[in-house]
Design a protein around this ligand. Sequence first.
Ligand SMILES: *Cc1c(COP(=O)(O)O)cnc(C)c1O
Length: 392
Amino acid sequence: MNNVSVMISDVIKSVLKGVDPPVPLHEPSFIGREWQLVKDCLDSGYVSSVGQYVDRFEHELAAYLGAEHVVAVVNGTAALHISLLLAGVMPGDEVIVPTLSFVATANAVSYCGAIPHFSDSERHTLGMDAVKLGQYFAAILQQDGDRWLNRNTGRRVAAIVPMHTFGHPVDMDALNEVAGQYGLPVIEDAAESLGSRYKDRMAGTLSSLAAISFNGNKTITTGGGGAIVIRDKALASRAKHLTTTAKMPHQWQIKHDEIGFNYRMPNLNAALGCAQLEQLPRFIKQKRELAEQYQQAFQDVDGVEFFHEPNFAQSNYWLNALLIDEATYDRNELLAQLNAEGIMARPAWALLHSSPMYQHCPRMDLSMAQDLERRLINIPSSPFLVEGNKDA
Ligand SMILES: *Cc1c(COP(=O)(O)O)cnc(C)c1O
């Protein structure tokens, strides 16, 4: 096994030639106007809850996405939390989330007092399997007035949260159709997929509510940060209100009309975000070039598949992924070897339904996600790794 593993690291190195180890999985780059805009923000004195950069960031992001409304918040998890509240998720409800996801997808459901209900993945997108979900709903959902209950638990199923895994768009048309049959709101967890396209539309605009993340390891960063993308105007003002402590607008009076959240993105982070947004088209171009080079380098390598974007999508390739044939390679040995050589690589997240806090939650058959989790590894994906752009 060792000999074949050596070969995989050689293939990766042939793509990363000229880059000195250690090579991280995903590093931010600040090669545009980041210093300038952050300095301008500091000079203005408005670094937190007041200032022009938050509005500017929201407008520029909305324009980039072709979205109606964007509300900037402190992180992607907060964006998911508020989106679920806006979709009407109540304590005691169940919300369908993929088991193959970052823990935030399920945690946001828990913050609403609701229960994550785990769904399986589809082989060609890594995301929620619409066909399987449709069959599952037909078997377990029971109508109760205008609500649909899980007949096994008696609880209302209130929403579905598909996630675009590693930036690759899930089949949203198929999922929207399944959700539509039961009148369920769809919230896109687009945390990883800023700049990815599904058919001719941007990830984050494919349902009425979406959450994006600008954490330091995502495609662009605000340090920490997130955004809610919203179609409906009234819901967008409600999102603004809820994320700014539900303070009633008034020149001097400080009065709140419900329990809100201090989730607003600080102006300082938004300044960084404005500069990063200017770099986004270039980052995506570079990341897609890097993926293309990995794809070519791995095409004749037996026992490993470079995960390619679904045919209806143009992915941002946030994190490149390999699928390992277990008969040929030992995944953990391979990971140990890559990391020992300074090539940062890691497995996918441990499946959410197997973590202690979620192991008793309802779930469907999860065999595809289980297979993917055993075989998938992520490899270095920073935009500047692409050949010819290293000194840019
Ligand atoms: C990063 C991420 C989030 C949460 O974003 P934070 O900004 O870190 O809170 C949510 N869901 C997925 C799938 C993510 O990858």
